[in-house]
Write a protein that binds this ligand. Structure first.
Ligand code: TRP
Length: 471
């Protein structure tokens, strides 16, 4: 593995890096994916499997990605290219994924912005009484959806243009503590609502029926897929963030911290969301509120805020602003991963780095897919979608999450564990002068556990695709 460390930009402090990396990891995946999957896939059993996977697969790949980035000093394409020519394809697969994810992530961030503004207005005027109508009205208003999408993308670009320490790090240092405080506020309200305990039971009490229905393979693949998306793995973001990490920082400790923090926030998101949803279901008798994905976030939860009465708009505003912040810090990492390829090229050619130009160019490309997804409005505007998939959002999501992500993660593990000497990665982990005591266990995980789990995730993900297609 070629080493390359010239004048690359660096994080100003380890704390700044941590907040940026946790910011990347904490996103929509935590807030609308985790709580629902936790409840639906067996509660406590899911949590145990998830935690085991985080420690044996997530941390392993996270440390590998960070090491690969720091060792090569490059973004995902350059990092894999420096392993050898035939590895370049893995780099490009890791590059394609953020491109696809950005297409829908920016639209969803735009929806959060719209809801934050809507709830802010409701503090002074009429509450949003019919969340379903508010949602479909928004989806069908193509011009407005595109506008909000572009505003969120523009904000992301501004932060990326600011650079590693003065843009991403500085924003994360304000945004992440703010997000934490806002989340605690929402949790306190949620768990003190009448009937909230049913939501806690849904999430945490072991539910043997679910385990009977869901095969172990199903549980593993749901938990594994969720974990990869939530930890921002398999798509080059952590490779890119690692490439800006100074040699003196300890990779293993950082990888463990990021993974645990992400999991903690996912559980906190569950505490913020599920008790409130169950309390509202008990109050209104409307059991259809228990959903996942966009309708959980934009229909069910808005109903929850309406049912809270006058203060609902305040909590609604705080909540959607919180989700918006979480989405923006994730988008920043995706865009940075896309920009890194061009930054690497300029550095290699000895040219001055034109971050602003690169970010605008990447932004323009991402805007195209964002506009398509925004215009499509989750399929409510009758647009054509390839392969008869439900909507453009699902199309991008299937390509990225169901196909590319598990495949790339599998290939990363096989190439680093088998084709290349895994000791290179381990040496990089010790580059700060520390000794990593679990070398053997690490090699065992990257050689055997990670590939097997990723294959299971891939099978589970491929099996799920037909259910996402309209026949
Ligand atoms: N982890 C983020 C979430 O949970 C999304 C995300 C950001 C991501 N960067 C990524 C997912 C890179 C996969 C790869 O919402």
């Amino acid at each position: 593995m070629q080493k390359n460390n010239t004048d690359r930009a660096e994080w100003g402090s380890n704390l700044g890096f941590l907040l940026a990396a946790v910011g990347s990891a904490v996103g929509l995946g935590n807030i609308w994916g985790f709580p629902y999957k936790l409840g639906k896939s067996g509660g406590f059993a899911f949590l145990v499997v998830y935690m085991i996977l985080v420690m044996t697969v997530g941390v392993v790949i996270m440390a590998a990605e960070l090491s690969l980035g720091r060792r090569t000093g490059k973004g995902v394409v350059g990092a894999f290219a420096s392993l050898g020519k035939k590895y370049t394809i893995i780099g490009w697969m890791g590059y394609a994924a953020p491109l696809l994810i950005m297409g829908f992530y920016s639209v969803l961030a735009g929806y959060c912005l719209k809801y934050a503004i809507g709830n802010f207005q409701a503090m002074f005027g009429a509450p949003i009484a019919d969340s379903g109508a508010f949602f479909s009205g928004m989806l069908q208003n193509q011009g407005e959806s595109v506008l909000y999408t572009l505003i969120c993308l523009g904000l992301t670009l501004l932060i990326v243009i600011g650079g590693i320490d003065k843009g991403i790090e500085r924003f994360s240092k304000i945004a992440m503590p703010a997000l934490f405080v806002m989340m605690v506020v929402v949790i306190i309200r949620s768990v003190t609502l009448e009937g909230a305990s049913e939501g806690l039971k849904f999430m945490f009490v072991p539910n043997p029926d679910v385990l009977k229905e869901n095969s172990m393979l199903g549980l593993l693949s749901t938990a594994g897929g969720q974990m990869f998306f939530s930890l921002s793995l398999g798509m080059g973001t952590m490779v890119t963030y690692g490439s800006y990490l100074p040699k003196k920082e300890n990779i293993v400790k950082n990888a463990v911290f990021i993974s645990l923090a992400d999991t903690a926030v996912a559980i906190m998101a569950g505490l913020a969301v599920m008790p409130a949803v169950f309390a509202t279901m008990a109050k209104t008798g409307d059991t259809s509120l228990l959903k996942s994905g966009p309708s959980l976030l934009f229909v069910s939860l808005q109903t929850v805020f309406y049912e809270m009465g006058a203060v609902g708009a305040v909590f609604g505003f705080i909540f959607y602003a919180l989700v918006l912040i979480a989405a923006i810090t994730s988008m920043v990492s995706l865009v940075e991963a896309l920009c890194a390829y061009f930054i690497d090229r300029q550095e290699q050619q000895g040219k001055p780095v034109t971050r602003k130009k690169i970010a605008c160019m990447v932004g323009a490309v991402v805007a195209v897919s964002g506009i398509i997804v925004a215009m499509d409005g989750l399929g409510s505007n009758g647009m054509w979608v390839p392969f008869h998939i439900d909507c453009w959002l699902d199309f991008f999501d299937i390509c990225a999450e169901n196909i590319l992500m598990p495949t790339t993660a599998f290939l990363i593990a096989v190439s680093l564990g088998w084709c290349k000497n895994p000791h290179d990665i381990l040496d990089e982990m010790e580059a700060d002068g520390s000794t990593f005591r679990y070398r053997k266990a690490y090699i065992f995980c990257i050689r055997y556990i990670v590939p097997v789990v990723m294959l299971m995730v891939l099978v589970g993900m491929l099996k799920a695709i037909p259910t996402m297609i309209v026949k």
